[in-house]
Design a protein around this ligand. Structure first.
Ligand SMILES: NC(=O)c1ccc[n+]([C@@H]2O[C@H](COP(=O)([O-])OP(=O)(O)OC[C@H]3O[C@@H](n4cnc5c(N)ncnc54)[C@H](OP(=O)(O)O)[C@@H]3O)[C@@H](O)[C@H]2O)c1
Length: 252
């Protein structure tokens, strides 16, 4: 896979899976735009780790419609084109139905859907306008195994990722005539802050015993699938959802 001089915007690339994807794209010649929300120190560290030149930080809270728009405007002003959009930024807020107040419940739903689904919809709309003008592109959306197996303690998260899958497949059909290819990567537990922050140590130990490989995915293993779907070779895989969950949840 060769991404020489491709311009790539990755949401939520200061840490975790987005960071691993940024490193992998840069190692293959791409110019990477790293979006993040708050953690400038982490984002600067990530920027320093990228091979090659022409990479750039874009601090924007994409859950806010105006900031999502400004992100695409800034990116296009800087690079002149967008070849690949990776909608990776995501949050998981525990909201056990038996424990939380109604306000906490509805706030968790709103924040989760705004970040995990609506931001991806807005960025996909804005990026695809530019891609149509430049003759095509790729959109890769980072979903989750939770879309399929259910998320009992954070149902908004599962719903946001199921919505992301449905949106991706609708857009794959709609945008194919414009040579815009849309794919999804659906990871299981991955070694990032998200997995460690949402599970207690005892929950992590229990989870590891239940995984067929007895370990979480490495962010680089998820990044590998993202790069595949973003590659020119994957055009005919448009609409695909690739599981990266170590056989922990098998769907038919
Ligand atoms: N880790 C897992 O076990 C797992 C499993 C399945 C799916 N996933 C999915 O994989 C994706 C990446 O997860 P991860 O584990 O790498 O997460 P992570 O380590 O928690 O990192 C999240 C990244 O998203 C950014 N972000 C969050 N909200 C944002 C917003 N409103 N605007 C801009 N950036 C925002 C963060 O920026 P700051 O650094 O500035 O906060 C950070 O760069 C998510 O979509 C997640 O749902 C993860």
């Amino acid at each position: 896979m060769n991404f020489k001089d491709k311009t790539i915007l990755i949401s939520g690339a200061s840490r975790g899976i987005g960071k691993a994807a940024a490193i992998a794209f840069a190692s293959k010649g791409a110019k990477v735009g790293i979006n993040y929300r708050t953690q400038t120190i982490e984002a600067k560290k990530t920027l320093k780790e990228l091979q090659g030149s022409g990479h750039q930080l874009f601090k924007r809270d994409i859950s806010k419609k105006d900031e999502a728009k400004a992100l695409i405007t800034d990116f296009l002003q800087h690079y002149g084109k967008i070849d690949i959009l990776v909608n990776n930024a995501g949050i998981a807020i525990p909201h056990k139905i038996e424990d939380v107040s109604f306000d906490a419940w509805s706030s968790a739903w709103e924040t989760t859907l705004q970040t995990n689904l609506l931001a991806a919809a807005n960025l996909s709309f804005l990026a695809s306008q530019a891609m149509i003008n430049s003759g095509g592109g790729h959109i890769v959306n980072v979903s989750s195994r939770g879309a399929f197996r259910g998320e009992p303690d954070q149902p908004a998260y599962g719903a946001s990722k199921a919505g992301l899958n449905a949106m991706s497949q609708s857009l794959a059909k709609k945008l194919a005539p414009f040579k815009i290819y849309v794919g999804v990567v659906a990871p299981g537990f991955t070694e990032t802050d998200m997995a460690t922050e949402t599970l207690s140590t005892s929950e992590q130990q229990k989870m590891l015993k239940e995984l067929p490989l007895r370990r979480m995915a490495k962010p680089e293993e998820v990044a590998h699938a993202i790069l595949f779907l973003a590659s020119d070779e994957a055009a005919y895989s448009t609409g695909a959802i690739i599981d990266v969950n170590g056989a922990s949840y098998l769907r038919s």
